[in-house]
Design a protein around this ligand. Structure first.
Ligand code: SIN
Length: 573
C-alpha cells in the first residue's frame, strides 16, 4: 500500500534523531510497547503530546478486565466480549485478548502497579456492564488508570527510556517504496528537540489514544483529538469501525451546554449495586434487560436516552445513597470528590447523569500483531481497531487490550529485527511550506466541528442528521482548500490548528462510515433504521483517504478481518 503523500502544512524538520522504534503516545499501550521494545534490545523513543501521564489512561476509573477470579475462565470472558460486540468482534482477536490477558496483568503488577486486594490478599474483583462475573481488577478504589499510569511512567523513567514530551506528532515519514521511515513532530519547550523535527525509525507504533474531542461533551481529556487516526488516514492506512463511538451511560450531568471533558461515574458504581432511576425514583432498566443496570453499555445508554426522551428530561439519576459514607470514601474516592466539587453529595442525593462520548471502538485497522496496512506502521490501544471490540466495547477491556496488543507489537518488531528485516529507511522529502499541501484550519473550527458532530452524529443518528453533518464538515473542508488554492492562505501552523485539522479529518471519516451503516447495532444507533440487519450488515466499514483527499469507503466481510497484509510483507532486498 503506498502513501497518499498528504501531509500537514508544516515547516521542514529542523532536527532529526534515529531509533529502531518510535512509540507515539504514553498511555498504557504506548508505554507498555516502549518498555517491551527496550527490553528486547531495540532503541526506542517515546514521543507524547503533553506530559507522560497526561493521556486517557490516567482517567480510567473502573479497571482492567481479566479472568483472574476463582471459577472464571478466558472462555467466559470471551463470551461476554462477543455478546457486547454484537456480531462484529473478530473472535480470534478476542481469544488472544482473553487468554493472554491474565498474564499481561501479572506482568503489569511486576512492573510496579498495585491493585486493590481483599482481606486474603487476593486481587479484589468488581463487576461492570456486560460481565456475568466479578472480573475487573481495580486500584485506589476508582483510580485504576492513575495507578497504571504512575507505575508505567515510573518504570520508563527508572529504565532511562528516551522520551520527548510536549511533542505533537504531525505525519508519517515513508521511503520511496511506501514503507515506514519515522514521524515528523512539533515539539514545544523541550530544549534540544524544540520546534518541528523528525524521529527516523523503520517501526512506528501509534498509541495516541482516542478522539472524544470530536464531540462537545466527552469523558476524554483535551488531548484526545484523533491525531493517530488522522495521521494514519493521511498516510494511506485503512481505518475500520469508526461509526462505533461508545457513549458512556453515566457521566456526571453538569448542564445541557457543558463542554469539554466531563467527570465519569464509573460502571463499577453500578457493579457494586447502584440503581439508575428517573425523576420519580423508578428503576427504568429493570425489565429492559436480564442484567438491568449491568446490561452492556450501549443498551444502558439507550435505556437512559429513551427515558430522557419519554420524560422530556435532560438527565436521569444514579442512586447509590445506600452505599453510605464509608463505602463511598473507600471504594469510590475519585468520583465522590468530583461529585462534591460540583455541588452533589452522592451519600445523601442521587447523582444526575447523562451519556457522553467516551471511547472509539474503531480505529486504525490492525492484524493480530498490531500491524496496520502500511508496512512498519503499528497501532495499539484506543487508536487501533484490532477487532476486539466489534460494535461495542465491553467495559474495562480497553486497558487490557492496550497491554496485550502492545506486547504483541514489541514481539513482532523484535522478531522482524531477528529476521534481518528492520532497516533504517530513507524518508522521501517532506514538502516545503508553499508547496500545495494540506490546508490547516483555524483553531476555533474545533468548536464548530464539535457542535456539528454532537448534533448530527451523536448517540442518536439518522440519514438526515448525518447528511447535514457531512455537508457542514465538507463545507469547512472546501473553504479551507479554496483559501489555500486561491490565495495561498492557511491557518498558522501550531498545535491548535493541527488539532482542529485532525478533528475534521476523523469527523469526516466517522460520518461517512455512520451514513453507510443503515442499521442499528451496538453503539451505532440509527433513529431511521431501528433494527439490526445481519443479512446486509454483519460487515465492517473500512475508510481510506485518497491522494485527492476524498474518502474511499468500502465494506468487508467479517471473515476478511484482520487484514491479509500480514502474509504480504514486502520482501527485503
Ligand atoms: C468505567 O469505569 O465505567 C469506564 C470503564 C471503561 O470505559 O471500560
Amino acid at each position: 500500500m503506498t502513501s497518499t503523500g498528504i501531509r500537514l502544512h508544516a515547516p521542514a524538520p529542523g532536527w532529526a534523531i534515529s531509533a529502531d522504534v518510535v512509540v507515539v503516545g504514553s498511555g498504557v499501550a504506548g508505554l507498555t510497547a516502549a518498555l517491551r521494545c527496550q527490553a528486547a534490545g531495540l532503541t526506542t523513543v517515546v514521543v507524547t503530546k503533553a506530559r507522560l501521564d497526561d493521556g486517557s489512561t490516567r482517567w480510567a476509573q473502573g479497571g482492567i478486565a481479566a479472568a483472574l477470579g476463582e471459577g472464571d475462565t478466558p472462555e467466559q470472558h470471551l463470551q461476554d466480549t462477543l455478546v457486547a460486540g454484537v456480531g462484529l468482534c473478530d473472535e480470534e482477536a478476542v481469544r488472544i485478548l482473553v487468554t493472554e490477558g491474565p498474564d499481561a496483568v501479572r506482568r503489569l503488577i511486576s512492573t510496579g502497579a498495585h491493585f486493590d486486594t481483599d482481606d486474603e490478599g487476593d486481587i479484589h474483583l468488581t463487576r461492570e456492564g456486560g460481565h456475568h462475573r466479578r472480573r475487573i481488577a481495580h486500584a485506589g478504589g476508582d483510580a485504576t488508570g492513575a495507578e497504571v499510569s504512575r507505575a508505567l511512567v515510573a518504570a520508563v523513567r527508572a529504565r532511562g527510556l528516551h522520551t520527548i514530551e510536549n511533542a505533537l506528532v504531525l505525519d508519517l515519514l515513508t521511503d520511496a517504496d511506501g514503507r515506514t521511515a519515522g514521524v515528523t513532530l512539533h515539539v514545544m519547550g523541550e530544549g534540544q528537540h524544540d520546534g518541528v523535527g523528525a524521529v527516523h525509525a523503520p517501526a512506528v507504533v501509534l498509541a495516541t489514544g482516542g478522539m472524544g474531542q470530536v464531540y462537545s461533551a466527552t469523558t476524554n481529556p483535551s488531548v484526545s483529538t484523533g491525531d493517530g487516526v488522522a495521521l494514519a488516514l493521511r498516510a494511506g492506512a485503512e481505518i475500520s469501525d469508526l461509526e462505533f463511538v461508545q457513549f458512556h451511560p453515566t457521566v456526571l450531568f453538569l448542564g445541557a451546554d457543558a463542554e469539554g471533558q466531563q467527570p465519569l461515574v464509573s460502571e463499577a458504581v453500578r457493579g457494586e449495586g447502584a440503581h439508575l432511576v428517573d425523576g420519580d425514583g423508578v428503576r427504568f432498566m429493570v425489565g429492559r434487560h436480564e442484567l438491568a443496570e449491568l446490561a452492556p453499555r450501549d443498551i444502558v445508554a439507550k435505556g437512559i436516552l429513551r427515558r430522557m426522551l419519554e420524560r422530556d428530561a435532560e438527565h436521569m439519576y444514579l442512586d447509590a445513597r445506600h452505599f453510605g459514607a464509608r463505602m463511598w470514601e473507600q471504594r469510590f474516592p475519585t468520583i465522590l470528590a468530583a461529585c462534591r466539587a460540583n455541588g452533589i453529595d452522592p451519600v445523601t442525593e442521587p447523582i444526575p447523569i447523562a451519556p457522553a462520548a467516551h471511547y472509539a471502538s474503531g480505529g486504525v485497522r490492525t492484524d493480530a500483531h498490531g500491524r496496520t496496512t502500511v508496512p512498519g506502521l503499528y497501532a495499539c490501544g484506543e487508536v487501533a481497531c484490532t477487532g476486539v471490540h466489534g460494535a461495542n466495547r465491553l467495559a474495562s477491556n480497553s486497558l487490557l487490550e492496550g497491554l496485550v496488543y502492545a506486547e504483541r507489537i514489541a514481539a513482532d518488531i523484535a522478531a522482524e529485527r531477528a529476521a534481518g528485516g528492520l532497516h533504517a529507511r530513507v524518508p522521501v522529502p517532506v514538502p516545503q511550506p508553499g508547496q500545495p499541501d494540506h490546508p490547516l484550519l483555524a483553531a476555533e473550527t474545533r468548536f464548530a466541528i464539535q457542535r456539528i458532530m454532537t448534533e448530527g452524529a451523536g448517540v442518536l443518528r439518522s440519514e438526515e442528521s448525518l447528511a447535514r453533518a457531512a455537508g457542514e464538515l465538507q463545507r469547512l473542508h472546501t473553504e479551507a482548500r479554496q483559501a489555500l488554492e486561491e490565495n495561498g492562505k492557511t491557518a498558522e501552523p501550531g498545535v491548535d490548528t493541527w488539532e482542529a485539522t485532525n478533528l475534521l479529518c476523523v469527523a469526516r471519516a466517522l460520518v461517512a462510515a455512520a451514513r453507510l451503516r443503515e442499521e442499528t447495532r451496538g453503539c451505532h444507533w440509527r433513529e431511521d433504521r431501528a433494527d439490526r440487519d445481519d443479512t446486509h450488515w454483519r460487515r465492517h466499514i473500512v475508510v481510506r483517504l485518497n491522494p485527492d483527499r476524498s474518502l474511499a469507503v468500502r465494506t468487508t466481510d467479517t471473515a476478511d478481518f484482520p487484514p491479509t497484509r500480514q502474509t504480504q510483507r514486502p520482501q527485503e532486498q
